[in-house]
Design a protein around this ligand. Sequence first.
Ligand code: ZN
Ligand code: ZN
Length: 341
Amino acid sequence: MEKTNENSAPSPQQRWDPFLKEWVIYAPARSKRPFQGKEFAKNEPKKTWTCPFCPDAPEGAGIWTVKQLPNRFASLNEIAPEFVQKSVGNLYNYQTASNYGKCEVILYSQDHDTSFGTLAMANIVALIDLWAERYIALQNMPEMRYPFIMENRGKEIGNSMTHPHGQIYSFPYLPPKMERKFIAFKDYYSTNQSCLMCDILQEELQDSSRIIEQNEDFIAEIPFYAHWAFEVQITAKRHVTSIADLSPSERSNLAVIMQNVVRRYDTLFGDGGIMPYVMAMYNAPVNVDDRDRWHFHIEFYTPFRGKDKWKFLAGVELGANTFISDALPEQNAKILRDLQI
Ligand SMILES: [Zn+2]
Ligand SMILES: [Zn+2]
């Protein structure tokens, strides 16, 4: 096994869990990244700290609406050796691989004090255009399999920077959730010669009890099988594989419905501020066969399950990977639908 003495930094690596059959990423350098939750506390005067993404800092300099940057504390990086699964010496049940991949930061605005819910519509459309551009650029890297576009918002879920931003993690393999979804799309197609998401969408539109809102091109709903109490899924009504396939009018309608979902979250428990959430964008995998089986969708999760009530992942969730939710999706969909935003 690779020796790590106390004087050298432990090397970043991925290790294969042979039971769950999934990779675990080890990024020791990340422990040095700044957590600015304290410095960024709401009531402190702005100039007592420096934000690296603001226009007066090098990374935020210049005139721009939205901006892509390399992640300075990347868990995955392009300079890592090629992604090859190999055993550790003669411990054949232990497999490792390099941290090959790419981590990027996407700045949503120059304005430190704004958030997704308050951005101008043209700003969100510019953001959608940048996401689409980055998805295509990452697809053009032959080793990549999954560019994962996401946002972590709120210090409660570990976001150390309050400047509005999201991230893109590009993996040289399909992460487990994406792989399971992809298998579901392909299996359903081979049995039914149709798309699972397109067929579900037709049923949702007939039923409507879980729909929060919809426009010409998108629907926002709490899925029938939601894991989190206020999990929201945005689905394209047309069968499109990725954000890059959306027309200009679809991009405008996506901007509207995404912002409305965030505004509903902020109105629900935000107390006039912002509610913590995770936004996960599910584009098709890249550089794989049958990628057109995939149907573009976005998921939002928030750890809140009620006012001042927090969903903790405990024994059944962590030990059995089985979620227990205390509200039916239809009940909470009505709460979100009825909010005045
Ligand atoms: Zn800032
Ligand atoms: Zn479809």
